[in-house]
Design a protein around this ligand. Structure first.
Ligand code: FAD
Length: 272
């Protein structure tokens, strides 16, 4: 399959990319790692007339900076850079979760910003951003703004990014030494059928694959907050969700996965 014809533009800096996209209008799209967008173009699910390639901004936007308990990740940082970064114990959950994303060639190209902008409800970056209370820094024609990750995802592949806005940085504001993400997929490297992420210190529980966007589960968080057991927490989550049914599994199957995976995530988080 080949994409519909498009005009290729290569951006040199953030300001130039943002103004170019604004100038080109609605038919233009950013492209970063291309690991989601190119597939969509090949299947003609996306037909941008112009692509603004961000890979020339790697010098500016590809970094991991851990300082004073805060981790800043440049939007063009690849999954593989995070997977191989010497992150401290406070952010090891990010490093360990990267291994769940696709296969190595995908991880060496796909980026943090691209993943968040794509907004897949099971994407590891999306779950982790919500779990760890990340702020997503975006730059658009009107300037910069910070979007709390919880306010970024509206539904299936839909975010609150305004037309032309570019994600430039993801800020993880606090260490999470007792956090973990685990998941189940039909085959290694596939997107998760269900993913479960937990931060025991912040008493947060986030699920992927059970709703149109990453889902915090207050009922399960309340169990952790009052010192309840992991099985009780997982049971509360399974009872609270209303998961979809599709070719990957029924709603009951997703509830069963939630029970198993959440206990596993809690145990992994505790043992860190
Ligand atoms: P692109 O594909 O370049 O762009 C995706 C979208 O984001 C486009 O709409 C683009 O316009 C927009 N965009 C890109 N960068 C920015 C930016 N900085 N600001 C604003 N908008 C931007 N992902 C997972 O999370 N988990 C998986 O298990 C997984 N498995 C995969 C398996 C396969 C076989 C493949 C091909 C991909 C898989 N992926 C998975 C997707 C992969 O992680 C992608 O890298 C990621 O979803 C998108 O990042 P990208 O840099 O490639 O973005």
């Amino acid at each position: 399959m080949k994409p519909a014809p498009f005009v290729y533009h290569r951006a040199r800096d953030v300001a130039g990319a943002v103004s170019l996209l604004a100038e080109l209008g609605e038919d233009a799209k950013y492209i970063a790692g291309g690991q989601s967008l190119v597939a969509m173009m090949n299947f003609r699910l996306a037909r941008p007339a112009h692509l603004v390639d961000l890979t020339g901004l790697r010098g500016e936007l590809s970094y991991l900076r851990e300082e004073g308990g805060v981790l800043r990740v440049g939007a063009l940082t690849t999954h593989h850079q995070v997977e191989t970064a010497p992150l401290g114990p406070g952010f090891a959950v990010l490093r360990d979760a990267m291994g769940w994303i696709g296969h190595l060639p995908i991880r060496t190209r796909g980026t943090a910003g691209g993943s968040l902008a794509h907004g897949d409800a099971t994407a590891e970056w999306c779950l982790l951003a919500v779990l760890l209370g990340a702020e997503v820094v975006v730059q658009g024609p009107g300037g910069r703004r910070d979007v709390p990750a919880e306010e970024l995802f509206l539904g299936y592949y839909t975010t609150t990014l305004e037309p032309g806005e570019m994600i430039v940085e993801i800020v993880f504001p606090r260490p999470a030494p007792h956090a973990a993400l685990t998941e189940h997929a039909a085959r290694r490297g596939d997107f998760a059928t269900v993913a479960a992420a937990v931060d025991l210190d912040a008493q947060r529980v986030v699920l992927g694959g059970v709703a149109p966007a990453p889902l915090r589960v207050p009922e399960a968080e309340a169990v952790l907050a009052r010192g309840g057991g992991f099985a009780e927490c997982a049971e509360a989550a399974a009872a609270a969700i209303d998961p979809p049914a599709d070719g990957h599994g029924s709603a009951d199957y997703r509830r069963a996965l939630t029970r198993t995976l959440l206990v596993r995530a809690c145990e992994e988080a505790m043992l860190r």
